[in-house]
Write a protein that binds this ligand. Sequence first.
Ligand code: SAM
Length: 292
Amino acid sequence: MITDPKPGTLYVVGTPIGNLEDMTFRAVRILQTVDLIAAEDTRHTGRLLQHFQITAPQLSYHDHNSTSRIPELLEQLGRGKAIALVSDAGMPGISDPGYELVKACVAAEILVVPIPGPSAAITALSAAGLPTEKFVFEGFLPPKKQERQKRLEFLQAEVRTIIFYEAPHRLRQTLQDLAEVLGERQIVLARELTKLHEEFWRGSIEDAITHYTERQPQGEYTLVVAGLPPLKPQLSEAELIAELQQIMAEGVSRSQASRQLAKATSFPRRHLYQLALAIPIPLAEVEIRQET
Ligand code: SAM
């Protein structure tokens, strides 16, 4: 039996991040039946409501009026009104207004019910192809250079996959900053998710910089960045030599073997090359070299 909406309840309703078909049946029903919809931008939400023939009244609720709106909304909830909270796209409270209202409701012991819908972060992660077992959501990086730098330095040692939101006009700068502080990493640029021009661009951060020197960033972006590879157990000198010997036994040159092992162990290539110098080239290899 459907008993929603319950009186005196705040519903936190997810809405599409681009594709209207991602609106859930439950979200439509809740929005159709609540007494009031608190919306980040009433004009924007008005178009969504019109599409689904939802006629509940709206009230604006955004970061700049939350202080005055919260007591007003709490008062209406206290009088038994059912209120839905929506943002312009995705889940309210996720890099969107909502948290302060939810916190106030929880403090006032008002029931808060989530109505799940898409969120760009999870949507991007699900198809990025980078580890999903553990991840962190960073939202937007601070716009000021120094603060961004600090935040990225804090993330330097992060081994989990990292998700960022970014505006198109800041994308190039962000890629530069990521390359500078995080170094060589894999990145997935998830663009225009669920929309006509949805695109997943995958490669290294350096390649992404090159890619976007040739074209203008356009549309909405979610960035999924690989975490730092977990440190390999440190090998002793004797073990490194044994590894080099094994690679060289396959006919690989000292220099290539050192490069290969440097990649696999993160030991400096030069150090490995010095060790490789002590390894005699296998006899068969010497003969082949002499013949050619
Ligand atoms: N509350 C939303 C959510 O749950 O995903 C996020 C709102 S935040 C203000 C907007 C940012 O989310 C955009 O700047 C972009 O980084 C990301 N985003 C939103 N829609 C997207 C889409 N369709 N494709 C890629 N990223 C998107």
